[in-house]
Design a protein around this ligand. Structure first.
Ligand code: FES
Length: 115
């Protein structure tokens, strides 16, 4: 069975071989994921949220240790999580976009309070 990964919020889908990491799948789909350690499970920057029902290979001890409980919230290290079937992945906004979105939301709330 082929693997299939859909990245959100773009909705871009790519077919991959089972065992492909989410980070490699993202790179092949031209979806940027920030990293610093080159995929060695050391920097913790490649975190993604995997939607419930996604088919990944069992989590390895190394990744489980790094996540220290976050895997229960469907957080995974994209450099370590490996595709087993259909997977839906939420890619976090980069920090600059996230800061701009928060600022815009704050301004919208302040504008609403004036009316
Ligand atoms: S790329 Fe550094 S922890 Fe995944």
């Amino acid at each position: 069975m082929d693997g299939e990964v859909t990245f959100w919020p773009s909705g871009r889908t790519i077919k991959v071989k089972p065992g492909t990491t989410l980070l490699d799948a993202a790179r092949r789909a031209n979806i940027p994921i920030r990293t610093r350690c080159g995929g060695k499970a050391a920097c913790f920057m490649c975190k993604v949220t995997v939607r419930p029902g996604s088919e990944l290979q069992p989590i390895a001890d190394n990744e489980r240790r790094k996540l220290s409980g976050l895997e229960g919230d469907n957080i995974r290290l994209s450099c370590q999580a490996k595709v087993a079937g259909k997977v839906n992945v939420e890619i976090p906004l980069d920090p600059l976009r996230s800061a701009v979105a928060r600022q815009l939301a704050r301004q919208a709330e302040e504008t609403d309070e004036l009316w």
